[in-house]
Design a protein around this ligand. Sequence first.
Ligand code: DGL
Length: 264
Amino acid sequence: MTADQPIGVFDSGVGGLSVLRQIRERLPGEDLLYVADSGHAPYGHRPAHAIEARSIAIGDFLLARGAKALVVACNTATAAAIHVIRARYGLPVVGIEPAVKPAVAATRSGVIGVLATHGTLKSPRFAGLVERFGAHARVMVQSCPGLVERIEAGDLESMETRRLLEAYVRPLLDGGADTLVLGCTHYPFLASLLAELAGPEVAVVEPGAAVARHLAHRLEESGLLRPRADGGTERFWTSGDLAQLNLLLPRLWPRPARAEAFTS
Ligand code: DGL
């Protein structure tokens, strides 16, 4: 394994691009490989064994393309499968989970609201997070069926998306939450809509930057951090509709990009 090899990143779809943006900002010299498993999204209601199988298919693909580290840029896949990924591959593996700890530290009302998929919220991993860090606050949770599908379709602003998001956020606000945790990597793409709905008094926490920081640290301690300060490249694959991703990419990724088909 050498520092010149790329970093492999994946999600059930385009959500992980919110994490990839933070990785690119933090590590401008790294080459990045990204797989959007949009052909199998959403993961939110899939059984853990199905998510494990998808994670292995994608992990094998990324390793075959030389990945020196893997980032599971999906809360649902982290909850369901990161133990399997860690056991299978002998390289740094970084996952993502809802930012309960920073939200509990930040709340003034003593109530936080966590927006995430059904799979994440029902996982033992999430229960453990709340047990460890949630003792000093009331932790309200809300799964958001239908929201990932809207984001996958590139529908970030329509009345229908706004109506759905409002239906999920309103009960949390009414319950006194002053801090909202985006526990799904798709949701940061609705940040402006959410800010409008929740207002300036409500803080929104998402852990993408913390994941990028943690990845940099893991690469450094393994001697795999690429020393270049810029010039990193990106490649994108999707198991879903290629034309649709190529239409959507300019809105979700800040540089010119073309996706390729992923068929595993
Ligand atoms: N982006 C994913 C997450 O962070 C999952 C969305 C889904 O496929 O349900 O949980």
